[in-house]
Ligand binder design. Structure first.
Ligand code: VG1
Ligand code: CO
Length: 543
């Protein structure tokens, strides 16, 4: 089949956000919209002769169409080989694992992660580099720049590849290998965790409920938990990836995974609950009648890491995104290891891991991971917790309470204000920025402010600088309010307000988070005038 060169005209809106390009399916389905972005990416990447690309997605609506389009364009680009998951399916952490295992030059992940799917939902595309991690900003910015001046597409007119048949075929001289989406990932998990101990835990009657939210985590969780580890059939629920996630919003937090929370608060609740998101990189861990905050989860994992075989030698260091609570900082201090504070988004962790400076990292948004791949990894985190429960004999709740006793509790919440008109959200942030020079050493709404700035990050490995990564207001007692605009939404702007207060007093550890954080909510309102500027009396989501 011949390689075709087609004329195209640029779209002006193809700037990747926190995690790739995310738009409504209706936007992606426009003629040449996906093709333009892929071409801009391929134009920025070096010659592909002899190189391997990994390709897969979370199975949402438009996944299959996009896979076929990208295979044809990859052939035109000249890749030697593309590894694609069966059915076009690969979770985000699995893409990362496959890139690393096969020493591929990179991978394309088709996902809008936790955003709803279906014909009226969202779609997304992201490029990962040879280390398995999200492309750094200099790459995503180059792709955006290229997308604005693009005039030709290169593709082929070869027929669709049979994505449901394992094995090899050719597209214009390029080898396409349809691979088992789970195998490489599952093998990697077996090298990290004490599977025998987890198997014994399940054999002893320990009950887990894993809600895959009708998303891509299902096949992985079923194979590993119910297959390899012997958890009873039915442990994994909502396990079949559906194109519209069955109408669920596949974001594992207590609001969107309310069914799991209902099971975990029932009289006959299982011992542990867990959920993963659309592309299976996020996780929520729940004890019996006890929700674990993601920041605490990271801190517990760090504190006990040496109990897990893959981490028995200890941790080189840990990292967290800036808005994530400081619980892990406190653990790192006790362990005597460095703790890095990065901007939001996984792309900032990769350099630290490649340089061997960090082993574990995480975000407040239900993302946890380690240097085993270069993405956050939902099932990995759940296996880590299972391994900790098996090794200590302690419940999920007991492990978190121990953390609080040792380090105090970092009471934490994130308030999201969704679908704000963009101009209003920009005005709100501009208003905050204007106050920054004069806030330090003043008292606002009864809160004594020690520092107020716009977070900037200098990568300690390559020296690259990222500005304007969120406004933080830090009080004299260490409490924090952080404001930033989401970079993953597809409707207007989403304001995220992150609230953290440290509570050393064990007698007050059971305080309800929203109650404990009220003074900080009042501070946020006095500084940002959220109600007046957005007309919203309440956040849309509080996690
Ligand atoms: C959100 C989260 C961020 C996460 C990102 C991608 O970004 O806050 O922590 O890394 O999603 O996760 P934002 O810009 O909307 O705040 V995923 O699982 O959506 O790929
Ligand atoms: Co995700």
């Amino acid at each position: 089949m011949p390689i075709l060169t087609l004329p195209t005209t640029p779209f002006g809106d193809q700037r990747p956000g926190t995690s790739g390009l995310r738009k409504k399916v209706t936007v992606f389905a426009q003629k040449h919209y996906l093709e333009n972005f892929v071409q801009a990416l391929f134009d920025v990447l070096p010659d592909a002769t002899g190189l391997t690309l990994v390709l897969g997605g979370d199975g949402r609506y438009y996944n299959r169409v996009a896979v076929q389009t990208i295979l044809r364009m990859a052939a035109a680009k000249g890749y030697a080989r593309v590894l694609v998951g069966e059915g076009g399916i690969l979770s985000t952490p699995a893409v990362s694992a496959v890139i690393r295992a096969h020493k591929a030059s990179g991978g394309i992940v088709l996902s809008a992660s936790h955003n709803p799917g279906g014909p009226d939902g969202d779609f997304g595309i992201k490029y990962n580099i040879a280390n398995g991690g999200p492309a750094p900003e200099k790459v995503t910015e180059a792709v955006y720049a290229r997308s604005k001046v693009l005039s030709t597409l290169h593709t082929s007119d070869s027929p669709d590849v049979a994505l449901d048949v394992l094995g090899d075929c050719q597209v214009d001289g390029m080898q396409v290998s349809v691979i088992d989406p789970v195998a490489i990932y599952a093998e990697l998990m077996g090298t990290l965790f004490d599977f025998s101990a987890i198997r014994r835990l399940f054999a002893s009657g320990f009950r887990l409920r894993y809600d895959a939210m009708n998303a891509v985590g299902g096949p992985y969780a079923k194979a590993i938990l119910e297959g390899t580890l012997g958890a009873p059939t039915g442990t994994v629920v909502n396990a079949v990836p559906l194109e519209d996630f069955g109408g669920l919003h596949p974001d594992p937090n207590p609001v969107n995974a309310e069914d799991l929370i209902a099971h975990m608060t029932a009289a006959d609740a299982p011992d542990m609950g867990a959920a993963s998101d659309g592309d299976a990189d996020r996780n929520m861990v729940v004890g019996r009648n006890f929700v674990v905050s993601p920041s605490d989860s990271l801190a517990v994992i760090a504190a006990h890491a040496t109990l897990v075989p893959g981490y028995a030698q200890g941790l080189a260091g840990v990292a967290r995104s800036m808005p994530t609570s400081t619980a892990v900082d406190r653990v790192a201090q006790t362990l005597g290891i460095p703790c890095f504070e990065t901007p939001t988004g996984w792309k900032f962790f990769g350099n630290l891991m490649d340089a061997g400076r960090v082993t574990l990292c995480g975000e407040e948004s239900y993302g946890t991971g380690s240097s085993h791949v270069r993405e956050k990894d939902g099932l990995w985190a759940v296996l880590f917790w299972l391994n900790l429960v098996a090794a200590t004999g302690k419940s999920v709740e007991a492990l978190v309470r121990e953390l609080w006793t040792a380090h105090g509790r970092c009471v934490y919440s994130r308030h999201d204000y969704e679908a704000i008109p963009t101009d209003k959200a920009d005005a709100l942030m501009a208003g905050l920025r204007a106050q920054l020079p004069t806030l330090a050493n003043t008292t606002v709404a009864g809160c004594a402010i020690a520092l107020a700035d716009d977070f900037a990050y200098t990568d300690p490995v390559d020296g690259s600088v990222s500005q304007k990564q969120g406004i933080r207001v830090i009080l004299t007692d260490g409490s924090r309010v952080v404001f930033r605009l989401s970079g993953t939404g597809t409707e207007g702007a989403t304001l995220r307000v992150y609230l953290e207060r440290h509570e050393p007093d064990a007698a007050r550890h059971d305080i309800e988070a929203q109650t404990a954080l009220q003074p900080l909510v009042a501070l946020a309102e006095s500084l940002a005038h959220i109600r007046a500027l957005t007309g919203m009396a309440q956040p849309t989501v509080m996690t």
